[in-house]
Every structure is written in C-alpha cells, then in structure tokens.
Ligand binder design. Sequence first.
Ligand SMILES: Cc1ncc(COP(=O)(O)O)c(C=O)c1O
Length: 383
Amino acid sequence: MEYPPNYLVMLPGPTNVSHRVLQAMSAPVIGHRSEDFWPLNKRIQEKTKKVFQTENDVVVLTASGTGGVEASVLNLIRKGDKVIIPVNGEFSSRLADLIDTIGGQTIRVKAPYGEIPSFEKIEEAFENNKGVKALYVVYNETSTGTRITWLDKVSDLTSKHDAFFVVDAVSNLGGDELPVDKWNVDICVTASQKALAAPAGLAPISVSARAKKFMIDNPPPTLYFNLPRYFKYYSDKTETPFTPALPLYFAFDDALDRILEEGIDNRIKRHITCAEAFYDSLSSMGFTPFVKPDVRSRTIIAINYKDNVEDKKFRTLLANNFKVLVAGGFGDLKGKLFRIGSMGEVSNYHVMRTLSAIVSTLSIMGINTNTDALSVAEEKLKR
Ligand SMILES: Cc1ncc(COP(=O)(O)O)c(C=O)c1O
C-alpha cells in the first residue's frame, strides 16, 4: 500500500499526532472483556478527568466529536425542553438544529459570523423565557475562529435558573482554559483529534452528578449513546458496554500522558503564543484576521483572503509544494477565508514552517509579501 505524503497537518482537525502516540496504536490486540483492558480503561478515565479538571464521571465514546455532541443532547433533552444556545457559526447552528430535531425548543441567541453574542444577551434570554432546561454553548466556533469569552460567568446564571450547562469544546479542550468543575459545566464534550493531539475516533465527555442523576432517572432513547449504561459498565467492571476502538484507546492513553507531562497551564500558554504569532505575522503580510482580537480563537486561526489570492489554488500549492495542509472556509465563508488549526502538538516549528510555506506560495502566485512577517512571528515565539 502506498501512503500519502507526510504532511504538516495544520487543519482545524485532525491535527498532527506525535510518533510516540501513533506507535501506541500498534499495541497487541487484547480482549475488552478481560483484565487486560481494565487498567488501560482506568488510566484513561483518571487522566481524562485531570485534563478536564474535574471530579465528574467521564465517558470516552468510540465516536467522532459529533457522536459526543449527539450524546449530550440525547441524554439530557426531552420533547418540549427549552434550550438557550448562542448561534454564531456552522457548528452552533448544527447543534441547535439537532436539539430541535429531537423535540427540544431552541432559543437561539444569534451573532453574525465572526462575532459572539454578549453575556447580557444570554441573561436576557433567561429573563424572557421561564423554565429553561439547559444552556448549550459551542465554546470555540471552528467554522469562524471565534471563542466565547464569558464561560466563567455562566455558573451563577444557570444555578439561578436551575438550568444545566453544556459545553461543546470539541475544537479547543486541551489547548484553552476549561476548568470543568470551577465553571460548573454539567456536560463537557470534546474529541480526540484536535487539541488533545490523538488520532480521530474518540469523544471524551464529562457528566456532573446532577446531570448523571437526570440521565439515570430518565433513560435516554438511544442504545449506543446511552451514557447511564457506560457509567454502570465502568463502575461494575471497568469496561465499556460496546467494543471500544482499542488501538485508539492505547494512543489516547499516551496522548494524555503527553498533555499531563507538559502541564495544562503550559499547554494553554503555548497555544496562546502560537496563535498570536500566526495572527501577527499574517497581519503583517497584509492579510486581515476574520475575527476581532478580543474574541479570536486560540486554536483556529481564520484569515480573510486578500483580493487576489484564490482559495483552491493557494491551498493546493501549499499542500503540493510544501506539504502543509490548511483548511478553507465553511458554508457561506467558502472561498473567502482560510483556517489554520494551531493546536495539539503546535510548536515554533509548526508555526514557522507554515508561515514560510505561505510566503513562498504567495511568491509562486506572483504576490509579493513582506518577508519581515517571519521575523514578527519569531519575535512573538521567543517570549
Ligand atoms: C465545535 C465543533 N463541534 C463538533 C464538531 C464535530 O466533530 P467531528 O467532526 O469530530 O464529528 C466539530 C468538528 O470540527 C467542531 O469543531
């Protein structure tokens, strides 16, 4: 079999996976109903809790992020439940549609793409709608590169209104602040292939005691995503109800070690520094970031194309000539911007190689670029 090139994967997911983590996937096959699996499963549970900064129960689903998001809805929302949700991009819009599809009633607090709704608008939505069951928030809107900045204030509001607080942190947990217990997040969902720097296919979720009680008292209408079933299998036997993707479990075990070896705070600082280097350097090349500084993502760098840079040609040249992968825009933003995933393993090397490849690609396209832009990034990364 011929493998594809060894790309530098600067996509908004999947992202680069270290060799050490990839190698872990070649561990021998074990039985998941045997004592060989129990310590692996237990280690993953304990380390995932540390990364989520929580004492809550954790479930690691064999699914992509969408599976985790769907589980958060199926296990909590019932017909007629009111749900407040900020909508400012494709992923928040998709989540709101899912909630409506299963019979919930979303109260959508909208903001134009590239912006976020203010916290006051969320407070207003709670004041204007009595009996809201939950607030669902897509923390980091991957389609636009925005980041909701008021999650630390939510707990008082949801406690006051006796509502659950659910966070889709698929594209930033592991690279951005999200202390689940401190912020009183009832359900937090992420995915393995983004800032956690593991291969795609796992969706870790944390569930608070009160959300867990609701799920057990009100069994969800799903088999595969039935979280109470996962809790029971774990507490009875340290197992999962269905066959886990064992190679991914081995890889995730190792990826979690890497995160904890680095330390969450150091990891967040690294993500902030790399994101700033990208924003500043690309700005000095004459591009404009799609999002204003105060609500810019620390993991997804969304950049408007300059008038004369054609999306497909730019990304194809970057991939073919320099083996660097970046993503285009999503939905209405297709052709208007490109997105760099600056997360997981991202380091000075990834930033500088991506930026140099962009400068060279622009030059091939006949566009002169300020090469001082590379020094701008170097300066930022020195700090
Ligand atoms: C914020 C957000 N939510 C959900 C998803 C869906 O995740 P997946 O593609 O792993 O199913 C994504 C994927 O990019 C995402 O960015």
